[in-house]
Design a protein around this ligand. Structure first.
Ligand code: AMP
Ligand code: MG
Length: 402
């Protein structure tokens, strides 16, 4: 059985092959709609940044050589951010300058206002300084034409700011992958209906749609399939019209777990059908008719965890982003813990900041159907497969979730 790391490597390998054979379609979006999208072009500096020698402080533009403790310089003008400098700083003079203003000719440093005494036009300085102090020279952040963002970059708030800075208000991004979501199970009814005594509402279709959206895809939710081969086949065929298919349920060893059989009949090539993790062991990854397909176990927390570990990775690559490692953080266990060895565990847990230390506490849960427990969590606590006993305070890894 593969470890989750080996399973992820397989996904990276297969998806990279898949995307290299067909370049991803692009579209143009307004910068206000670009959050979370994957950039499909290079964004370059349209001019040097900063565009002029910029003051980093409110204070006085001076010639550094003039300034020693007790030196007195004559104030000859003022520059606000946005002003055009018109006069230069001659020996023995200074110009009052604000943060963000252009440093005038002649000056080679800025002295913070806090280090001066102002008496009319006489400015007295209290300490020496280095040339260049509190100035960012023109072009120091980027030269005109320098690439600032590359294709494949996910547009977060900082990237959006860079695009705005250079005036890129229309951006070429990759089209979002359309991801079909197919839940299976005789017991599953739509969330908007009242379930019978032994039926359950379809939560997986909704959590999966949310996860697809968070990871940059466009969810296409299909009607739940009952546990019979013909219905599963029909709906899988429908799902295969999209760019990726995610199934929930029907991949365990039960008599009515038919997903793998139907996929096999449809010519799927399987790369794994079990991973050494709990929850989520019976996870299936296949390529069927050139489309990546994930069969995730139906227990809701298994479905969530396996999406985060595996399906999201395929979605990222399909979307045009380079595959990112899982964003594990280190934290300290709040209490001792004992888990069986053999499978890596991903337990719903709560990460908190206690006395400046990230501390994680596993939540009591009733197994992988316990949605009430996972809703109180903000991360999954990772317990490696080969270790059973942990003491309070032991360092562990956690996978934060949105
Ligand atoms: P399965 O993987 O098909 O054996 O499903 C395992 C369990 O997960 C089922 O007994 C249900 O309780 C639950 N389950 C399956 N599908 C869903 C779904 N779409 N929404 C919520 N729970 C589900
Ligand atoms: Mg089932």
């Amino acid at each position: 059985m593969l470890t989750f790391d080996e399973a992820r490597k397989k996904i990276i390998h297969e998806l990279s092959l898949l995307v290299s054979s067909s370049p991803r379609a692009k579209e143009s979006v307004a910068i206000s709609d670009a959050l979370g999208r994957i950039l499909a072009e290079e964004i370059r500096a349209d001019r040097p940044y900063p565009p002029f020698d910029r003051s980093l402080r409110d204070g006085f533009a001076v010639r550094a050589a003039d300034v020693v403790p007790g030196a007195k310089l004559k104030l000859i003008g003022e520059l606000k951010a946005g002003d055009t400098p018109k006069i230069s700083v001659a020996p023995g003079t200074c110009i009052q300058i604000m943060t963000g203003a252009a440093v005038p000719q002649g000056a080679d440093a800025v002295v913070m206002v806090e280090h001066t005494t102002i008496e009319g036009e006489a400015i007295t300085f209290s300490r020496t300084l280095e040339p260049g102090q509190h100035i960012v020279p023109r072009g120091k952040e980027a030269a005109a034409g320098d690439p600032l963002l590359r294709a494949g970059h996910r547009l977060g708030f900082a990237e959006i700011a860079v695009a705005a800075q250079v005036g890129a208000i229309e951006l070429q991004v990759y089209r979002k992958p359309r991801v079909a979501i197919l839940s299976t199970g005789d017991e599953v009814v739509p969330a908007e209906t009242k379930p019978g005594a032994f039926q359950i509402r379809n939560s997986n279709a909704h959590s999966l749609a949310a996860q697809v959206t968070l990871h940059g895809g466009e969810p296409v939710v299909l009607v739940n399939a009952k546990d019979n081969e013909q219905e599963i086949r029909e709906k899988i065929n429908k799902g295969l019209r999209e760019e990726m298919l995610i199934l929930s349920g029907g991949v365990s060893a039960g008599k009515y777990d038919l997903v793998e059989k139907v996929l096999r009949d449809l010519g799927a090539e399987f790369f794994f059908d079990a991973v050494a993790i709990r929850p989520g062991k019976p996870t299936v990854f296949a390529i069927c008719q050139n489309k990546p397909v994930f069969g995730l176990p139906g227990n809701p927390i298994s479905t969530m965890v396996t999406f985060e570990l595996f399906a999201s990775l395929a979605l990222q690559i399909l979307a045009g982003a380079p595959p990112a490692p899982l964003p594990f953080l280190e934290a300290h266990l709040a209490e001792p813990l004992h888990e069986k060895t053999g499978l890596a565990h991903f337990l719903p847990a709560r990460l908190e900041w206690q006395d400046s230390v990230p501390t994680v506490k596993p939540l009591r849960w009733q197994g992988s159907g316990d949605l009430a427990a996972v809703a109180k969590s903000n991360c999954f606590l990772y317990i490696p497969a080969d270790r059973a006993d942990f003491a309070a305070g032991d360092p562990v890894s956690v996978l934060p979730r949105l």
